[in-house]
Design a protein around this ligand. Structure first.
Ligand SMILES: Nc1ncnc2c1ncn2[C@@H]1O[C@H](COP(=O)(O)OP(=O)(O)OP(=O)(O)O)[C@@H](O)[C@H]1O
Ligand SMILES: [Mg+2]
Length: 209
């Protein structure tokens, strides 16, 4: 049962957007998927309410109930689990990292965001799990910014995912309607970026997952 944790101590870095988009992409690819929303703000759960009865299912879960929620999802036939975590949520992030097969850390390429990456780097340092920073909301034609940010991230001892998300209105427009970018703009760049990330994520999962 692949479990992917989306963590970042920084608020607004794109965790929920990435969680809902990846889980939906997995569902379109034929896997029963769910988002476990560990954030008391319950943003993914609100998105799930707006979405209605379509996959992925969104389950709210306090950190101490995570293992039990994963067990129940597994028994219900869920094939891909994506964990959405709160910012500054030490316990939630720790539990998510512990349960994960793969950790994704969405980060905007801004000084304050990179600064708070240090806390997340410490969190994943002892996890001994594959963990990657995914640069998010990257402005177009920001090639130099991308390269410099990647270097700063690597200096913190973190790996950078080769796929990034651009700054795209399609992400927030779709989310506000309980959709994903592939539904509201199927031919758009945001949808293509999510598909590319999902294809790459599948390659990173440990064999047998
Ligand atoms: N690639 C992107 N391009 C444009 N807007 C984006 C992108 N990714 C996320 N956003 C927007 O940025 C805002 C924050 O995103 P999101 O809620 O996913 O972040 P978060 O890390 O879950 O926040 P929090 O820490 O509060 O839980 C939202 O309005 C979302 O629509
Ligand atoms: Mg969120």
């Amino acid at each position: 049962m692949p479990t992917i944790a989306i963590v970042s101590q920084k608020g607004g870095s794109g965790k929920t957007t990435m969680a809902t988009h990846l889980a939906t992409c997995a569902a379109y690819a034929g896997s029963k998927s769910c988002v476990i929303d560990m954030d008391p703000q319950a943003t993914a759960a609100a998105w799930g309410d707006w979405r209605g009865d379509f996959l992925p299912e969104v389950i709210t879960c306090p950190p101490v109930r995570l293992i039990s929620a994963i067990g129940k999802a597994t028994r219900d036939g869920t094939e891909v689990i994506v964990l959405d975590t709160p910012p500054h949520g030490d316990l939630a992030s720790r539990e998510a990292v512990r349960a994960a097969d793969l950790i994704l850390i969405p980060t905007r390429a801004r000084a304050f965001d990179l600064h708070s990456l240090e806390a997340t780097a410490q969190l994943v340092a002892y996890a001994r799990k594959p963990a990657f920073v995914v640069l998010n909301a990257v402005p177009s034609r920001a090639t130099r910014m991308l390269a410099e940010t990647a270097e700063q991230v690597e200096n913190l001892g973190l790996a950078v995912c080769p796929i990034h998300f651009g700054e795209r209105a399609a992400f927030h427009k779709a989310s506000g309607a309980g959709e994903v970018a592939a539904e509201s703009e199927p031919e758009g760049k945001a949808a293509a970026e999510v598909s590319a990330l999902w294809a790459w994520v599948k390659e990173q999962l440990p064999p047998g997952k």
